[in-house]
Design a binder for this molecule. Structure first.
Ligand SMILES: [Zn+2]
Length: 352
């Protein structure tokens, strides 16, 4: 998205939020190209708002000076970030009680199987220096994170976490018990985390995580029994899945679960899967995002964490299914880091 279009989009988001706050929907002709449509409606509720990364905010602030003087409401906001880290996952949450959570740390910049130099340089996912998530950590001045989750031991989710644990004080680490012998550095990182004295939990499906008394954080899937595999689908299906609910809205974080687990979740949780916001499964792959699963989630907004890749992520099939569900689609490769706010006087945040 060009900066002009992005600014227009943020302004449109702001206006949509204001109008919706007044009970009226907005239709905008100038849509971000990633939405793939020239005519869209921001179906956000009055207490939610969506914006692109913070770099755009000053321009909006200049454009909309008057309305932002309204007093803040009593309710505090939950801010959910979908971080642009290339081909991988990293999501950050600022909870209403001031605590923070990071779900996955994205990939590294180093050599992985298939992209290391031909001179015999060994695989070293850390070789390229700071990982993509470092920019977000720096820009937001993050020195402390209360809760870090590693959904599953794949490098596009785990490698950036080493940077986080090296540079940020972490209180609590949530992990699966599945190991990936093809990524021995994850075993090393897990040992380092334990040595640092960080509290480590391996939550089971059905557990609720006590992150904030006002926020319901429920684990819908995990591998809490010891296991080991080098098979991608087995590791993907071990992803910790979280449903985060606050102020009558919910965000579903799916990691990389594939269709078979999605089918299990539909059978186990049914309508409880509904979420306003979906962190789209497995970077938009078609081996996830089964139609029956999406029918239950029925998201209004879908964030796809994706970068340049050879897998064809996200697939047209997934994009079509999400569109059919009525979801507005945002992609970190095209739209950059995204923020979704629930509660509080969210429209003020957009214009701040
Ligand atoms: Zn992944």
């Amino acid at each position: 998205m060009t900066s002009t279009k992005r600014s227009a989009f943020v302004a449109a988001s702001f206006l949509a939020t204001l109008l919706l706050f007044a009970g009226a929907p907005l239709r905008a002709a100038d849509s971000p190209e990633s939405l793939g449509t020239q005519d869209w409606t921001l179906g956000l509720t009055p207490s939610s708002a969506l914006k692109a990364n913070g770099a755009d905010v000053p321009a909006v602030s200049q454009a909309v000076p008057a309305m932002i003087a309204a007093p803040r409401g009593a309710g505090k906001a939950l801010n959910a970030y979908f971080i642009s880290v290339g081909q991988g996952d990293a999501e950050y949450i600022e909870l209403p009680n001031g605590k923070t959570a990071l779900i996955d740390g994205g990939p590294g910049n180093g050599y992985e199987p298939g992209n290391q130099p031909k001179d015999g340089t060994p695989v070293d996912p850390y070789a390229g220096g700071d990982p993509p998530i470092a920019a977000f950590i720096t820009q937001h001045g993050i020195t402390h994170i209360d809760y870090v989750v590693m959904t599953h031991p794949h490098r596009d989710h785990s490698t950036g976490l080493k940077y986080v644990f090296d540079h940020v004080k972490v209180e609590h680490f949530y992990d699966t018990r599945e190991s990936n012998p093809n990524a021995p550095e994850i075993k090393t990182m897990r040992a380092q985390i334990t040595r640092k004295g960080i509290v480590v939990s391996h939550p089971a499906a059905g557990e609720r995580l006590s992150w904030d008394p006002a926020v319901n954080v429920k684990v819908l899937n995990s591998c809490d029994k010891p296991g080991s595999s080098v098979t991608g689908s087995v590791l993907n299906d071990c992803s910790i899945v979280l449903k985060v609910s606050y102020d009558n809205q919910a965000i579903l974080y799916t990691g990389d679960i594939q269709e078979d687990v999605e089918t299990e979740l539909v059978a186990k949780y049914g309508d409880e899967l509904h979420a306003d916001v979906l962190k789209v499964g497995h970077h938009g792959s078609t081996n996830a995002n089964d139609q029956a699963f999406l029918d239950k989630v029925k998201p209004s907004v879908a964030f796809i964490e994706v970068g340049p890749n050879s897998f064809g992520h996200p697939t047209q099939t997934t994009l079509s299914r999400l569109t059919k569900e009525g979801a507005k689609i945002f992609r970190t490769d095209k739209d950059g880091t995204q923020e979704y706010t629930i509660g509080g006087q969210a429209q003020l945040l957009v214009a701040r």
